[in-house]
Design a binder for this molecule. Sequence first.
Ligand SMILES: Nc1nc2c(c(=O)[nH]1)N[C@H]1C(S)=C(S)[C@@H](COP(=O)(O)OP(=O)(O)OC[C@H]3O[C@@H](n4cnc5c(=O)[nH]c(N)nc54)[C@H](O)[C@@H]3O)O[C@H]1N2
Ligand SMILES: Nc1nc2c(c(=O)[nH]1)N[C@H]1C(S)=C(S)[C@@H](COP(=O)(O)OP(=O)(O)OC[C@H]3O[C@@H](n4cnc5c(=O)[nH]c(N)nc54)[C@H](O)[C@@H]3O)O[C@H]1N2
Ligand code: SF4
Ligand SMILES: [Mo]
Length: 747
Amino acid sequence: MTNPTTGQQPANASAKERIAMRSMSLAQRVGKWLGFDISRSVYRYAKDKRFGHISESRVADKWTKTTCGYCSVGCGMLIGTRDGRPVAARGNPEHPVNLGKLCPKGLSEHLIVEAPGRATTPMLRKGGRGTPLEPVSWDEALDAMIARIGALQVRHGNEALGVIGTGQLLTEEFYTLGKLVQLGFRTRNYDGNTTLCMASAVSGYKLSFGSDGPPGAYADLETADVVLLVGSNLADNHPILCNRLRKKPGQVLIVADPRVTKTAMMADLHLPVKPRSDIALLNGIAHILLRDQLVHRDYLRDHVDGLDDFVRFVTEFTPEAVSEVTGLSVETIETVASIYGRAKAAFIGWTMGVNHSTQGAVTVAAINNLALLTGNIGRVGASPFSITGQCNAMGTRESGFASSMPGYRKFDNANDREELASLWDIEESELPSARGLAYPDIIEAAVTGKVKALWIIATNPIVSFPNYNLLKQAFDTAEFVVVQDGFYPTPTMEFADLVLPAAIWGEKEGTYTNSERRISKVNSFATPPGEARSDFDIFMALAEGLGVKDKLFPGWTTTHSAWLEWQKVSAGRLCDYSPFTWQQIEDQGGAQWGGARLYEDGVFPREGGRALLHCVPCLPFVEQPNREFDLILNTGRTVEHWHTRTKTGAVAMLEGMVPNAWLEMNPVDAQRLSLRQHDPVTIRSRRASITQVELRVTEIVAPGQVFMPFHFAEQNSNLVTLGAFDPISREPNFKQCAVRVERSTLN
Ligand SMILES: Nc1nc2c(c(=O)[nH]1)N[C@H]1C(S)=C(S)[C@@H](COP(=O)(O)OP(=O)(O)OC[C@H]3O[C@@H](n4cnc5c(=O)[nH]c(N)nc54)[C@H](O)[C@@H]3O)O[C@H]1N2
Ligand SMILES: Nc1nc2c(c(=O)[nH]1)N[C@H]1C(S)=C(S)[C@@H](COP(=O)(O)OP(=O)(O)OC[C@H]3O[C@@H](n4cnc5c(=O)[nH]c(N)nc54)[C@H](O)[C@@H]3O)O[C@H]1N2
Ligand code: SF4
Ligand SMILES: [Mo]
């Protein structure tokens, strides 16, 4: 039965038990971590002498409106400062996204600007590898960068430079960076950590609809009759969106996740699918929808291609066959299909449980199939909706240069190239006709010596990229590595020849775009520490140094100049930013480009204006467990920490709540391996091992599976993860690799 303290339910609990457990404990547990833990931590932190200046007086004399810089929910907030120093964070009660609520990270976000470990001065490894980084002036730093990269490009071609960006800069900075990399440094090899994150969603949307762009809105979570979440742990990772669930009487929440997450505990129906069996489940639902005439014939006739092939293809996905693959009962599969098919408005949300797969892009297409079959798109409450991750993952997709040209323009579309070239007053031949290397391919090219210089901006690959050993080879082989980050030192800086100190959230002004395409204003309330400069200012200085400032950025002084040009470049595109001024966006609590919903008219940006159903086979994941490596390792997140912890690790109240990594293991496996609660364990894969990880014996994970968070450089999950990538999106398969676990020897 359910554990009354933790709310954990056994993987084999009956539907009835699950429902009982859910109604009993959801409010209590969510309340516990949103309320109790927080107040206790605030109390603890107020007593903390290290932050004595704040506890002396936390009464603000000024409040600045801004948008949270952590996750893609995009909560509006008010930062209180006193004598110019941040003393408090509050949810903005008028912001439509969060109506005054914030999660633990948002509530403590004002602390990061004065947190220990900020990067304050440029640092250069003057004596070469093996010598320490030494402080240098900005002039010396940028001259060295331009000279070293330039020399490598002269010898090895322009594409010897690889640039790895992020989803955590301002849209205005992404727009500027894309232009600088493409037309200033003249390399196509520019990608970002978004390929570790949203790339599969982008590719999947393109496969089905012909363009990227999440079609729905958060409001749909409140109006849908059924919300199906696939591989998304909203309660930990997009906590404020949980407030949208269960607003509508009778709404059914279904969560497909191999792990009994906090979100699964909220569900009416938790589907503990076997790892990577989602495609079978989705095709199986489609099979039943077609069998039971639960599809929207008119919608299919008017707006969708590929039905005949699809009907033939899904015949083999019978409930019995799907039950075999997913581990769900036939009855459960029938129930889910019936609930989804009979709903007036159905919403499917997904995140990394789908994208982090070698079949990520096509799994997204299989999700889109269900929406198309039932006409659940472009209507209130109805959308296939990729919940993004980082505060501005959307901004980089729309305005940058990684997976498409600015404004979702396609590299291989002559009209798009011509239009952009004319907007920029350049020759069309200066624009690429195909994208450059994707992130994992840049890393591979660095290993093989094709890429010689790496410029890493606002990402921390040493902790976040899979298969650490190969990544290390890339950094060792590259001849010049620049790391531009707001904190120092970060694990990646161990490999840097040059460090550029950057201003972060709270110290710069511009916009972020959240998961529902809402552009929100970001304002500054603090000045960057020491000599740190905003990423925008760094890009401007580099443009100056390269001699392209006047050509590419004429008269630009602030991020607002970038905004004005981006408005022109995006005008008339799907992601049209031209109707809104910064001031309007700030006053209204953001504005959604494309309106509340895309594709309301059923016209899609594919040739012929029709969407496409895809026949998606369900393949087993790459590294199956065997006798030697008998467990499947799943990796992910917890509410208190942000990624590689450069930020949350420096906030005492968050770090205090979760100071160490842990490994979740089912009691069945713990008993088999003679392991006990809190044992320090070693996790081994074919690639490497992680030692001294605290064991948590729990039924949150099913037998045969283990889970650990990836936040900890000290116990780095990516030492053991697998370097296998989706052939379409190039996204890593972070969620499954084969490991074995044993008690760590004392050291
Ligand atoms: N607190 C916090 N919030 C964050 C972040 C953070 O670091 N910390 N990061 C932000 C970012 S960038 C992102 S991308 C999002 C990520 O948000 P989520 O995607 O919700 O986060 P994860 O924990 O990585 O993975 C989600 C779930 O996928 C499940 N999963 C694993 N394998 C499978 C499978 O085969 N099938 C299915 N259906 N599910 C599977 C895992 O068990 C896990 O519960 O969170 C954002 N929000
Ligand atoms: N095993 C495993 N690995 C994963 C995942 C997983 O689920 N499992 N999830 C993947 C996903 S979805 C993601 S998104 C990635 C995230 O991985 P990373 O991008 O590596 O994670 P962050 O810690 O967010 O790194 C951002 C860096 O930018 C710096 N920074 C913050 N703001 C600014 C700024 O304004 N300017 C500059 N220049 N620097 C700034 C921070 O200090 C930090 O060092 O991890 C991926 N890795
Ligand atoms: S839910 Fe996301 S955007 Fe909102 S406060 Fe938390 S981290 Fe920030
Ligand atoms: Mo992400």
